[in-house]
Design a protein around this ligand. Structure first.
Ligand code: PGA
Length: 255
């Protein structure tokens, strides 16, 4: 089944508004030809309005938030609600990134609450999962992915899944320069798709786009994207440079 690739930049806590504007200008000037992939940029909350303004002429490049609150509104100091994100025309939200899990204590239950809240507001989901090196070495890869998926997606419906992308990001490959081999990535993606098949059936699983994330670079994008179950990438470090993000999109879209 054909699945349109989706490349998402995850800038993490980098680029304020002025760097964001400069990036977009440079990025759009380098992004040539008709795009055969979806492109998303996840900027920090404070840079999203500038991102929106800078992208206004650019068809097909959409904005994502990197996180959202599981609550509607009220006394949650420092939090950002899904309604606020919608108000500034954000389309996608990353939920469950391993940094949120490990540094900010987000459990599968919290992630599930955020995914549900984001769907209620009509946001599209980029739902991140992935194992640590310790878990992989202990033979727990599949059990960890299975519990992240089943607990994370509890009460997420078949129609929600149409607006969901799963990002498989082995924690040991994030920001380390160590990429999973194409075979390791493909095996994990095939497993993720099999769990989605069990939960939602073959049609949903066949349509689901599964991104790979973890040290994706221009040099490895083509090999990873050539794998049958890899449908795009979530890119951290290498998305901070406009040329390198463009090269990943171009190299990854050729396959
Ligand atoms: P990286 O990050 O590309 O810098 O490894 C990926 C991510 O955390 O989404």
């Amino acid at each position: 089944m054909y699945r349109r690739p989706i490349f998402a930049a995850n800038w993490k806590m980098n680029k304020g508004p002025s760097d964001t504007a400069a990036f977009v200008k440079s990025f759009l000037s380098k992004l040539t030809g008709r795009q055969t992939s979806d492109i998303v940029i996840a900027a920090s909350f404070i840079s999203l309005p500038t991102l929106s303004e800078s992208l206004s002429e650019a068809r097909g490049v959409e904005m994502a938030a990197q996180n959202c609150s599981q609550y509607d509104d009220g006394a949650y100091t420092g939090e950002i609600s899904v309604k606020m994100l919608r108000e500034i025309l954000v389309r996608h939200v990353i939920v469950g990134h391993s940094e949120r899990r490990s540094l900010f204590g987000e459990t599968n239950a919290v992630i599930n609450a955020k995914l549900k809240k984001a769907r209620e507001a009509g946001l599209k989901l980029i739902f991140c999962i992935g194992e640590t090196l310790e878990e992989r070495n202990a033979g727990k890869l599949e059990s960890i992915l299975r519990s992240q998926i089943t607990e994370g997606l509890e009460n997420i419906t078949v129609s929600d899944m149409e607006d969901t992308v799963v990002a498989y990001e082995p924690v040991w490959a994030i920001g380390t320069g160590v990429t999973a081999t194409a075979q390791q990535a493909q095996d994990a993606h095939a497993f993720v798709r099999s769990v989605i098949t069990e939960l939602y059936g073959p049609e949903v699983a066949g349509k689901l786009r599964i991104q790979y994330g973890g040290s994706v670079k221009p040099a490895n994008a083509a090999e990873l994207m050539a794998c049958p179950d890899i449908d795009g990438a979530l890119i951290g470090g290498a998305s901070l440079d406009a040329q390198s993000f463009v090269d990943i999109i171009h190299n990854g879209s050729l396959t």
